[in-house]
Design a protein around this ligand. Structure first.
Ligand code: FAD
Length: 110
């Protein structure tokens, strides 16, 4: 089975980098493509419990966790909140989402 920690770190790098390179203001087509990516990602991510929980979180009946796809700022913030949801579940420290762009777009490595 995959190493869930190693896979997780690599995947968050991919996901936050996708947010960091998302258009300032995304076209309808781009939003639709990302919606589709997240939908399939959340079914196919090869840590099955992770994928199930992520899909359930996104589909919260209130609609409050739906991906915010209008542009980079809101998508990046949403991704940060998704990651924080997992951080809380695993008893890790929450990340201050105001630092999201600094971490993933304008540089700083840890
Ligand atoms: P990671 O959580 O991998 O974070 C990597 C780096 O991202 C951090 O060093 C920090 O610089 C930055 N970062 C941290 N939080 C944020 C944030 N909120 N926003 C932006 N940047 C941030 N593991 C399980 O054991 N059970 C699960 O159910 C589970 N579900 C997952 C669901 C998804 C969708 C993904 C992608 C991963 C999941 N993981 C799960 C893996 C888990 O989230 C971690 O990746 C893994 O535990 C390694 O953690 P880490 O402490 O090295 O840092």
């Amino acid at each position: 089975p995959p190493d869930v920690e190693q896979l997780g770190r690599s995947t968050w790098t991919l996901l936050h980098t996708m947010a960091a390179t998302y258009p300032d203001k995304a076209s309808a087509q781009h939003q639709e493509d990302m919606q589709g990516f997240l939908k399939f990602f959340s079914k196919l991510y090869p840590c099955w419990v992770c994928a199930d929980d992520f899909r359930t979180w996104m589909a919260h009946p209130s609609g409050r966790n739906q991906p915010k796809l209008g542009g980079r700022k809101e998508f990046g913030w949403w991704m940060c909140e998704a990651h924080n949801e997992v951080n809380r579940k695993l008893g890790k420290k929450e990340f201050d989402c105001r630092l999201w762009e600094e971490r993933w777009r304008t540089g700083w490595k840890d």
